[in-house]
Design a protein around this ligand. Structure first.
Ligand code: ADP
Length: 446
Protein backbone atom coordinates (compact mmCIF):
# COMPACT_ATOMS: atom_id res chain seq x y z
CA UNK A 1 0.00 0.00 0.00
CA UNK A 2 1.44 3.35 -0.92
CA UNK A 3 1.63 6.01 1.75
CA UNK A 4 -0.52 8.45 -0.19
CA UNK A 5 -3.53 6.16 -0.33
CA UNK A 6 -3.78 5.71 3.44
CA UNK A 7 -6.79 7.68 4.55
CA UNK A 8 -7.19 6.35 8.05
CA UNK A 9 -3.83 7.75 9.11
CA UNK A 10 -3.65 11.51 9.48
CA UNK A 11 -0.59 12.71 7.63
CA UNK A 12 2.00 14.06 10.03
CA UNK A 13 2.34 17.80 9.90
CA UNK A 14 5.57 18.72 8.22
CA UNK A 15 8.03 20.54 10.40
CA UNK A 16 11.48 22.11 10.45
CA UNK A 17 14.02 22.20 13.23
CA UNK A 18 15.90 25.48 13.03
CA UNK A 19 18.54 27.33 14.98
CA UNK A 20 17.52 30.70 16.35
CA UNK A 21 19.43 33.78 15.26
CA UNK A 22 18.84 37.45 15.93
CA UNK A 23 16.61 39.54 13.63
CA UNK A 24 17.77 42.21 11.26
CA UNK A 25 17.03 45.72 12.50
CA UNK A 26 14.35 46.33 9.85
CA UNK A 27 12.28 43.37 11.05
CA UNK A 28 12.29 44.15 14.77
CA UNK A 29 8.83 44.55 16.25
CA UNK A 30 6.99 43.50 13.11
CA UNK A 31 6.04 39.97 14.12
CA UNK A 32 8.20 38.60 11.30
CA UNK A 33 10.61 35.71 11.23
CA UNK A 34 12.89 34.83 8.34
CA UNK A 35 13.53 31.33 7.04
CA UNK A 36 15.23 30.00 3.93
CA UNK A 37 12.74 30.02 1.03
CA UNK A 38 13.37 26.37 0.08
CA UNK A 39 12.78 25.24 3.63
CA UNK A 40 9.55 27.23 3.73
CA UNK A 41 8.25 25.43 0.69
CA UNK A 42 9.13 22.09 2.30
CA UNK A 43 6.51 22.80 4.95
CA UNK A 44 4.07 24.30 2.42
CA UNK A 45 4.48 27.84 3.67
CA UNK A 46 4.39 30.77 1.27
CA UNK A 47 5.99 34.12 2.12
CA UNK A 48 3.71 36.06 4.46
CA UNK A 49 1.98 32.97 5.86
CA UNK A 50 1.77 32.38 9.58
CA UNK A 51 3.98 29.72 11.15
CA UNK A 52 3.80 28.14 14.57
CA UNK A 53 7.09 28.27 16.46
CA UNK A 54 7.73 25.88 19.30
CA UNK A 55 10.54 26.41 21.78
CA UNK A 56 9.84 26.05 25.48
CA UNK A 57 6.63 27.96 24.61
CA UNK A 58 4.53 28.06 21.48
CA UNK A 59 4.08 31.28 19.58
CA UNK A 60 3.37 32.38 16.02
CA UNK A 61 4.84 34.78 13.50
CA UNK A 62 4.69 35.76 9.86
CA UNK A 63 7.26 33.84 7.85
CA UNK A 64 9.30 35.66 5.23
CA UNK A 65 12.29 34.43 3.23
CA UNK A 66 15.83 35.19 4.36
CA UNK A 67 17.41 37.94 2.32
CA UNK A 68 20.71 37.23 0.54
CA UNK A 69 22.81 39.04 3.16
CA UNK A 70 21.24 36.84 5.85
CA UNK A 71 22.72 33.68 4.44
CA UNK A 72 26.34 34.74 4.23
CA UNK A 73 27.31 32.19 6.86
CA UNK A 74 26.18 29.49 4.46
CA UNK A 75 24.02 28.02 7.16
CA UNK A 76 20.56 27.17 5.93
CA UNK A 77 18.83 25.73 8.96
CA UNK A 78 18.30 29.03 10.73
CA UNK A 79 15.38 31.21 11.74
CA UNK A 80 15.86 34.90 12.39
CA UNK A 81 13.56 36.35 15.03
CA UNK A 82 13.55 39.43 17.24
CA UNK A 83 13.83 39.53 21.01
CA UNK A 84 10.11 39.66 21.66
CA UNK A 85 9.46 36.59 19.49
CA UNK A 86 12.33 34.77 21.22
CA UNK A 87 10.73 35.60 24.54
CA UNK A 88 7.35 34.41 23.27
CA UNK A 89 8.90 31.14 22.11
CA UNK A 90 10.91 30.87 25.33
CA UNK A 91 14.26 30.58 23.56
CA UNK A 92 17.58 32.35 23.20
CA UNK A 93 19.91 32.81 20.28
CA UNK A 94 21.48 29.48 19.38
CA UNK A 95 18.55 27.38 20.65
CA UNK A 96 16.56 25.08 18.39
CA UNK A 97 12.88 25.57 17.61
CA UNK A 98 10.33 23.52 15.71
CA UNK A 99 8.49 25.39 12.98
CA UNK A 100 5.25 24.29 11.30
CA UNK A 101 2.63 25.85 9.10
CA UNK A 102 0.09 27.37 11.47
CA UNK A 103 -3.62 26.79 11.67
CA UNK A 104 -4.92 30.32 11.98
CA UNK A 105 -8.39 31.55 12.87
CA UNK A 106 -9.83 35.04 12.78
CA UNK A 107 -9.93 36.51 16.29
CA UNK A 108 -13.36 37.20 17.72
CA UNK A 109 -12.03 38.72 20.94
CA UNK A 110 -8.58 39.64 22.22
CA UNK A 111 -7.88 40.75 25.78
CA UNK A 112 -4.69 42.65 26.49
CA UNK A 113 -3.09 44.06 29.62
CA UNK A 114 -0.04 46.26 29.94
CA UNK A 115 2.90 44.10 30.98
CA UNK A 116 4.53 46.45 33.46
CA UNK A 117 2.62 49.51 34.53
CA UNK A 118 -0.87 50.96 34.68
CA UNK A 119 -2.16 52.99 31.75
CA UNK A 120 -5.24 54.96 30.83
CA UNK A 121 -7.35 53.29 28.21
CA UNK A 122 -9.86 55.14 26.07
CA UNK A 123 -11.73 54.10 22.91
CA UNK A 124 -9.25 56.03 20.75
CA UNK A 125 -6.40 54.03 22.18
CA UNK A 126 -8.20 50.74 21.61
CA UNK A 127 -8.80 51.53 17.96
CA UNK A 128 -5.16 52.58 17.62
CA UNK A 129 -4.01 49.27 19.09
CA UNK A 130 -6.39 47.38 16.85
CA UNK A 131 -4.92 49.04 13.81
CA UNK A 132 -1.39 48.18 14.97
CA UNK A 133 -2.28 44.55 15.59
CA UNK A 134 -4.17 43.96 12.37
CA UNK A 135 -2.82 40.88 10.58
CA UNK A 136 -0.53 40.15 13.53
CA UNK A 137 -0.67 36.51 14.65
CA UNK A 138 -1.40 36.32 18.39
CA UNK A 139 -1.26 33.51 20.92
CA UNK A 140 -2.40 33.64 24.53
CA UNK A 141 0.48 34.60 26.82
CA UNK A 142 2.45 36.38 24.08
CA UNK A 143 3.93 39.79 24.67
CA UNK A 144 3.33 42.38 21.95
CA UNK A 145 4.97 45.77 21.69
CA UNK A 146 2.78 48.74 20.88
CA UNK A 147 4.56 51.95 19.93
CA UNK A 148 3.21 54.85 21.95
CA UNK A 149 4.80 58.29 21.60
CA UNK A 150 7.99 56.85 20.19
CA UNK A 151 8.29 54.18 22.86
CA UNK A 152 7.41 50.53 22.55
CA UNK A 153 5.10 49.57 25.41
CA UNK A 154 4.81 45.84 26.15
CA UNK A 155 1.33 44.34 26.42
CA UNK A 156 0.51 40.79 27.41
CA UNK A 157 -2.09 38.86 25.44
CA UNK A 158 -4.25 37.68 28.33
CA UNK A 159 -6.85 35.84 26.29
CA UNK A 160 -7.78 35.18 22.66
CA UNK A 161 -10.96 33.66 21.31
CA UNK A 162 -11.16 31.23 19.65
CA UNK A 163 -8.21 29.55 21.37
CA UNK A 164 -5.04 28.95 19.40
CA UNK A 165 -3.37 31.21 16.89
CA UNK A 166 -5.55 34.10 15.79
CA UNK A 167 -5.34 37.09 13.50
CA UNK A 168 -6.98 40.38 14.40
CA UNK A 169 -9.39 41.74 11.78
CA UNK A 170 -11.94 44.56 11.58
CA UNK A 171 -14.56 42.55 13.46
CA UNK A 172 -12.31 41.59 16.36
CA UNK A 173 -13.38 42.99 19.71
CA UNK A 174 -10.33 44.22 21.60
CA UNK A 175 -10.34 45.00 25.28
CA UNK A 176 -7.43 46.41 27.23
CA UNK A 177 -7.17 46.37 30.97
CA UNK A 178 -5.63 49.42 32.62
CA UNK A 179 -3.83 47.34 35.27
CA UNK A 180 -0.63 45.41 34.58
CA UNK A 181 -0.61 41.62 34.63
CA UNK A 182 2.58 41.30 36.62
CA UNK A 183 5.18 43.63 37.94
CA UNK A 184 8.23 43.58 35.70
CA UNK A 185 10.98 41.35 37.00
CA UNK A 186 13.66 41.67 34.42
CA UNK A 187 14.97 44.58 32.47
CA UNK A 188 13.36 44.31 29.06
CA UNK A 189 16.38 44.96 26.91
CA UNK A 190 17.19 42.58 24.08
CA UNK A 191 20.29 42.21 21.92
CA UNK A 192 18.53 44.04 19.08
CA UNK A 193 18.34 47.12 21.30
CA UNK A 194 22.11 47.46 21.23
CA UNK A 195 23.71 48.92 18.13
CA UNK A 196 27.20 48.46 16.76
CA UNK A 197 28.25 45.68 19.11
CA UNK A 198 27.79 42.47 17.19
CA UNK A 199 31.23 41.05 17.93
CA UNK A 200 31.20 42.21 21.52
CA UNK A 201 27.80 40.69 22.15
CA UNK A 202 29.05 37.41 20.75
CA UNK A 203 32.06 37.45 23.02
CA UNK A 204 30.08 38.35 26.13
CA UNK A 205 27.44 35.74 25.37
CA UNK A 206 30.09 33.07 25.21
CA UNK A 207 31.53 34.21 28.53
CA UNK A 208 28.27 34.74 30.39
CA UNK A 209 25.33 33.09 28.72
CA UNK A 210 26.96 29.69 28.30
CA UNK A 211 27.92 29.23 31.96
CA UNK A 212 24.60 30.67 33.17
CA UNK A 213 22.52 28.38 31.02
CA UNK A 214 24.71 25.31 30.68
CA UNK A 215 27.10 25.05 33.63
CA UNK A 216 27.40 21.32 32.88
CA UNK A 217 29.48 22.12 29.76
CA UNK A 218 32.17 23.72 31.88
CA UNK A 219 32.02 21.04 34.52
CA UNK A 220 32.41 18.32 31.93
CA UNK A 221 35.45 19.97 30.40
CA UNK A 222 36.93 20.69 33.79
CA UNK A 223 37.30 24.41 33.17
CA UNK A 224 36.15 27.16 35.46
CA UNK A 225 33.47 29.45 34.13
CA UNK A 226 34.29 33.12 34.58
CA UNK A 227 33.01 34.82 37.71
CA UNK A 228 33.76 38.38 36.78
CA UNK A 229 33.98 40.40 33.62
CA UNK A 230 35.24 43.92 33.34
CA UNK A 231 33.71 46.08 30.61
CA UNK A 232 35.63 49.24 29.93
CA UNK A 233 35.01 52.17 27.65
CA UNK A 234 33.77 55.76 27.72
CA UNK A 235 30.48 56.60 29.49
CA UNK A 236 27.33 56.18 27.42
CA UNK A 237 28.51 53.50 25.00
CA UNK A 238 26.08 50.86 26.26
CA UNK A 239 27.88 48.95 29.00
CA UNK A 240 24.83 48.97 31.28
CA UNK A 241 22.56 48.21 28.36
CA UNK A 242 24.65 45.16 27.50
CA UNK A 243 24.54 43.78 31.06
CA UNK A 244 20.76 44.21 31.16
CA UNK A 245 20.31 42.54 27.78
CA UNK A 246 22.30 39.51 28.87
CA UNK A 247 20.22 39.17 32.03
CA UNK A 248 17.01 39.46 30.06
CA UNK A 249 18.01 37.08 27.30
CA UNK A 250 19.12 34.41 29.75
CA UNK A 251 16.19 35.00 32.11
CA UNK A 252 18.74 35.61 34.81
CA UNK A 253 18.04 37.67 37.89
CA UNK A 254 19.53 41.15 37.57
CA UNK A 255 20.78 43.27 40.39
CA UNK A 256 23.06 46.26 40.26
CA UNK A 257 25.45 48.22 42.38
CA UNK A 258 26.48 51.75 41.64
CA UNK A 259 30.05 52.33 42.76
CA UNK A 260 29.88 55.96 43.86
CA UNK A 261 26.46 55.44 45.43
CA UNK A 262 27.49 52.51 47.57
CA UNK A 263 30.45 54.52 48.85
CA UNK A 264 28.47 57.67 49.66
CA UNK A 265 24.82 56.84 50.26
CA UNK A 266 25.66 53.75 52.26
CA UNK A 267 28.70 55.23 53.91
CA UNK A 268 29.59 53.15 56.93
CA UNK A 269 27.31 50.37 55.68
CA UNK A 270 28.94 49.79 52.31
CA UNK A 271 30.36 46.38 53.21
CA UNK A 272 27.07 45.22 54.68
CA UNK A 273 25.25 46.41 51.56
CA UNK A 274 27.68 44.54 49.30
CA UNK A 275 27.16 41.34 51.27
CA UNK A 276 23.39 41.71 50.99
CA UNK A 277 23.53 42.19 47.23
CA UNK A 278 25.68 39.08 46.75
CA UNK A 279 23.41 37.06 49.06
CA UNK A 280 20.33 38.20 47.18
CA UNK A 281 21.92 37.27 43.84
CA UNK A 282 22.90 33.80 45.07
CA UNK A 283 19.39 33.22 46.34
CA UNK A 284 17.95 34.07 42.93
CA UNK A 285 20.63 32.37 40.79
CA UNK A 286 21.20 32.25 37.89
CA UNK A 287 21.98 35.90 38.44
CA UNK A 288 24.00 38.79 37.13
CA UNK A 289 25.37 41.43 39.46
CA UNK A 290 26.20 44.61 37.59
CA UNK A 291 28.72 46.92 39.25
CA UNK A 292 28.75 50.31 37.57
CA UNK A 293 31.79 52.56 38.03
CA UNK A 294 33.71 49.93 39.92
CA UNK A 295 36.71 52.27 40.14
CA UNK A 296 34.81 54.17 42.83
CA UNK A 297 34.62 51.03 44.99
CA UNK A 298 37.97 49.56 44.19
CA UNK A 299 40.45 52.21 43.20
CA UNK A 300 44.14 51.37 43.09
CA UNK A 301 45.29 51.08 46.65
CA UNK A 302 47.92 53.73 46.31
CA UNK A 303 45.12 56.14 45.40
CA UNK A 304 43.06 55.13 48.38
CA UNK A 305 42.90 57.56 51.22
CA UNK A 306 40.84 56.13 53.99
CA UNK A 307 40.51 52.95 56.00
CA UNK A 308 36.85 52.60 54.96
CA UNK A 309 37.74 52.35 51.28
CA UNK A 310 40.37 49.77 52.08
CA UNK A 311 37.82 47.64 53.90
CA UNK A 312 35.26 47.87 51.11
CA UNK A 313 37.77 46.67 48.51
CA UNK A 314 38.71 43.80 50.79
CA UNK A 315 35.03 42.90 51.21
CA UNK A 316 34.47 42.87 47.46
CA UNK A 317 37.49 40.60 46.99
CA UNK A 318 36.20 38.23 49.66
CA UNK A 319 32.76 38.12 48.08
CA UNK A 320 34.20 37.43 44.63
CA UNK A 321 36.40 34.66 46.00
CA UNK A 322 33.44 33.27 47.91
CA UNK A 323 31.35 32.79 44.78
CA UNK A 324 31.38 29.14 43.93
CA UNK A 325 32.83 28.13 40.63
CA UNK A 326 29.48 27.08 39.36
CA UNK A 327 29.06 29.98 37.01
CA UNK A 328 25.52 30.69 38.08
CA UNK A 329 26.32 34.10 39.57
CA UNK A 330 28.36 36.34 37.32
CA UNK A 331 29.57 39.79 38.21
CA UNK A 332 29.84 42.26 35.35
CA UNK A 333 31.66 45.44 36.26
CA UNK A 334 32.00 48.60 34.22
CA UNK A 335 34.50 51.40 34.29
CA UNK A 336 35.78 54.10 32.02
CA UNK A 337 39.17 54.02 33.71
CA UNK A 338 40.39 50.40 33.78
CA UNK A 339 43.84 51.56 34.84
CA UNK A 340 42.30 53.09 37.98
CA UNK A 341 40.96 49.75 39.21
CA UNK A 342 42.80 47.89 41.96
CA UNK A 343 44.92 45.26 40.16
CA UNK A 344 44.00 42.72 42.85
CA UNK A 345 40.50 42.67 41.38
CA UNK A 346 41.83 41.84 37.95
CA UNK A 347 43.55 38.63 39.03
CA UNK A 348 42.45 35.11 37.99
CA UNK A 349 39.22 34.01 39.62
CA UNK A 350 38.05 37.61 39.98
CA UNK A 351 37.52 40.01 37.09
CA UNK A 352 39.82 38.04 34.85
CA UNK A 353 38.14 38.81 31.52
CA UNK A 354 38.23 42.29 30.12
CA UNK A 355 36.27 43.55 27.19
CA UNK A 356 36.67 46.95 25.66
CA UNK A 357 33.56 48.76 24.48
CA UNK A 358 34.79 51.51 22.18
CA UNK A 359 32.95 54.45 20.68
CA UNK A 360 30.69 53.26 17.86
CA UNK A 361 32.02 53.53 14.29
CA UNK A 362 29.84 54.76 11.43
CA UNK A 363 28.03 51.45 10.96
CA UNK A 364 27.49 51.26 14.73
CA UNK A 365 26.10 54.80 14.82
CA UNK A 366 23.73 53.92 11.99
CA UNK A 367 22.46 50.89 13.90
CA UNK A 368 22.00 52.93 17.07
CA UNK A 369 20.07 55.60 15.15
CA UNK A 370 17.87 52.88 13.62
CA UNK A 371 17.17 51.46 17.06
CA UNK A 372 16.22 54.77 18.62
CA UNK A 373 14.00 55.82 15.69
CA UNK A 374 12.35 52.39 15.46
CA UNK A 375 9.07 53.59 16.93
CA UNK A 376 9.12 57.06 15.43
CA UNK A 377 7.19 58.23 12.41
CA UNK A 378 10.09 59.39 10.21
CA UNK A 379 9.48 61.44 7.11
CA UNK A 380 10.89 60.04 3.86
CA UNK A 381 13.63 62.65 3.71
CA UNK A 382 15.32 61.41 6.89
CA UNK A 383 18.72 60.04 5.90
CA UNK A 384 20.08 58.06 8.84
CA UNK A 385 23.25 57.15 6.91
CA UNK A 386 24.06 60.80 6.52
CA UNK A 387 23.40 61.42 10.20
CA UNK A 388 25.68 58.51 11.08
CA UNK A 389 28.32 60.14 8.92
CA UNK A 390 27.94 63.50 10.64
CA UNK A 391 28.06 62.23 14.21
CA UNK A 392 31.66 61.06 14.44
CA UNK A 393 32.68 60.78 18.10
CA UNK A 394 29.11 60.45 19.39
CA UNK A 395 28.33 57.77 21.97
CA UNK A 396 25.12 55.75 21.98
CA UNK A 397 23.80 58.02 24.71
CA UNK A 398 24.61 61.10 22.59
CA UNK A 399 22.78 59.60 19.61
CA UNK A 400 19.77 58.74 21.73
CA UNK A 401 19.70 62.34 22.98
CA UNK A 402 19.96 63.62 19.39
CA UNK A 403 16.96 61.53 18.33
CA UNK A 404 14.93 62.73 21.31
CA UNK A 405 15.82 66.35 20.57
CA UNK A 406 14.81 65.90 16.91
CA UNK A 407 11.44 64.54 18.03
CA UNK A 408 11.00 67.56 20.32
CA UNK A 409 11.82 69.86 17.40
CA UNK A 410 9.12 68.21 15.31
CA UNK A 411 6.68 68.54 18.19
CA UNK A 412 7.40 72.27 18.30
CA UNK A 413 6.43 72.53 14.63
CA UNK A 414 3.03 70.98 15.36
CA UNK A 415 2.29 72.82 18.57
CA UNK A 416 0.87 75.93 16.88
CA UNK A 417 -1.68 73.71 15.10
CA UNK A 418 -2.82 72.08 18.30
CA UNK A 419 -5.36 73.51 20.69
CA UNK A 420 -3.95 72.40 24.00
CA UNK A 421 -7.17 73.32 25.79
CA UNK A 422 -8.84 70.48 24.01
CA UNK A 423 -9.17 67.35 26.03
CA UNK A 424 -7.74 65.10 23.34
CA UNK A 425 -5.44 65.80 20.44
CA UNK A 426 -7.41 64.98 17.28
CA UNK A 427 -6.28 61.63 15.82
CA UNK A 428 -5.80 63.23 12.36
CA UNK A 429 -3.05 65.40 13.80
CA UNK A 430 -1.45 62.51 15.66
CA UNK A 431 -1.51 60.42 12.50
CA UNK A 432 0.03 63.16 10.41
CA UNK A 433 2.93 63.91 12.74
CA UNK A 434 6.37 63.16 11.34
CA UNK A 435 9.97 63.80 12.32
CA UNK A 436 11.86 65.40 9.42
CA UNK A 437 15.51 65.60 8.44
CA UNK A 438 15.55 69.30 9.35
CA UNK A 439 14.51 68.37 12.89
CA UNK A 440 17.60 66.18 13.15
CA UNK A 441 19.85 68.80 11.56
CA UNK A 442 18.60 71.45 13.97
CA UNK A 443 19.11 69.09 16.90
CA UNK A 444 22.62 68.40 15.61
CA UNK A 445 23.46 72.10 15.47
CA UNK A 446 22.36 72.76 19.04
P1 ADP B 1 27.23 53.11 29.87
O1 ADP B 1 26.80 52.06 30.83
O2 ADP B 1 28.29 52.63 28.92
O3 ADP B 1 27.60 54.42 30.50
P2 ADP B 1 24.48 53.04 29.05
O4 ADP B 1 24.31 51.61 28.71
O5 ADP B 1 23.99 53.48 30.38
O6 ADP B 1 26.01 53.45 28.90
O7 ADP B 1 23.83 53.93 27.91
C1 ADP B 1 22.94 54.99 28.17
C2 ADP B 1 21.85 55.04 27.12
O8 ADP B 1 22.40 55.39 25.85
C3 ADP B 1 21.18 53.72 26.90
O9 ADP B 1 20.10 53.53 27.77
C4 ADP B 1 20.73 53.81 25.45
O10 ADP B 1 19.53 54.54 25.34
C5 ADP B 1 21.82 54.62 24.81
N1 ADP B 1 22.88 53.76 24.24
C6 ADP B 1 24.17 53.71 24.63
N2 ADP B 1 24.88 52.84 23.89
C7 ADP B 1 24.00 52.30 23.00
C8 ADP B 1 24.11 51.32 21.95
N3 ADP B 1 25.29 50.74 21.66
N4 ADP B 1 23.01 51.03 21.25
C9 ADP B 1 21.83 51.62 21.52
N5 ADP B 1 21.66 52.54 22.47
C10 ADP B 1 22.72 52.90 23.22
Amino acid sequence: MSASSGEEQKPQRKELILRVMEARQKDVGRGKVRIDIDLLSQIDVSPGDVVEIEGTRKTAALAWPLSPEDTTTGEKDIIRMDGITRKNAGVSIGDKVIVRKAVVKPASTVKLAPSNFSITVDPGFISYVKKRLKEFPLVEGDTVLIPVLGQAIPFTVVQVKPAGIVLVNDDTIISISDKPVEPSRYPRVTYEDIGGMKNIIEKVRELVELPLRHPELFKRLGIEPPKGILLYGPPGVGKTLLAKAIANETDAYFTSINGPEIMSKFYGESEQRLREIFEDAKKHAPAIIFVDEIDAIAPKRDEVIGEVERRVVAQLLTLMDGLENRGNVIVIAATNRPSAVDPALRRPGRFDREIEIPLPDKQGRLEILQIHTRNMPLSKDVDLEKLADMTHGYTGADLSALVREAAMNSLRRYLPKIDLNQDKIPPEILESMEVKMEDFINAFKE
